[in-house]
Design a protein around this ligand. Structure first.
Ligand code: RB5
Length: 154
């Protein structure tokens, strides 16, 4: 797995912590900035990571800003990107299992460092369930021809 990381000035300490975590576990990490604490604009880094994941040069992305919210909005504009802003482990797992989220966005002003690491681990440990959730992704892409999946249950 190749992971792309990005952050703005608010997220730089968290990003470095999370990068060390993944590198320590032997993963390939591409850090796309920012690299200083100078004030900058989160869409620059959301765009870089989302474009790389969208084009398939990276498998998954992690973006950190103050809240995670701006990063998720910016990254989700790219084809095939499902970016989620998450601040608890249950949501992190469900984001993978039911929506196949391929970019995790974290808020450095929302979470403590320990919680951010746990949320990252929860997201990485979960797997997409496919089946009716794949059909729902198709519905979002406009490629599903049915009108409802109600008969399939929840
Ligand atoms: C920067 O001050 C802040 O707006 C940014 O880090 C992020 O929270 C936006 O969603």
């Amino acid at each position: 797995m190749r992971y792309g990381f990005g952050c703005d000035h608010a997220g730089i300490d968290f990003k470095e912590l999370l990068v060390r975590e993944l590198e320590g576990a032997g993963h390939e990490v591409v850090d796309m900035g920012t690299f200083t604490r100078e004030r900058t604009d989160f869409p620059i880094y959301a765009n870089k990571v989302a474009q790389a994941v969208s084009e398939g040069t990276l498998d998954l992305g992690v973006l950190v800003c103050g809240t995670g919210l701006g990063m998720a909005v910016a990254a989700s504009r790219y084809p095939g990107i499902r970016a989620v802003a998450v601040s608890d482990c249950f949501s992190a797992r469900m984001a993978r299992r039911h929506t196949d989220a391929n970019i995790l966005c974290l808020g450095a002003r929302v979470l403590g460092e320990g919680a951010a690491l746990e949320v990252l681990r929860a997201w990485l440990s979960a797997e997409f369930e496919g089946g009716r959730y794949e059909q729902r992704l198709q519905m979002m892409r406009g490629g599903y021809k049915g009108t409802s999946l109600e008969a399939a249950g929840s």
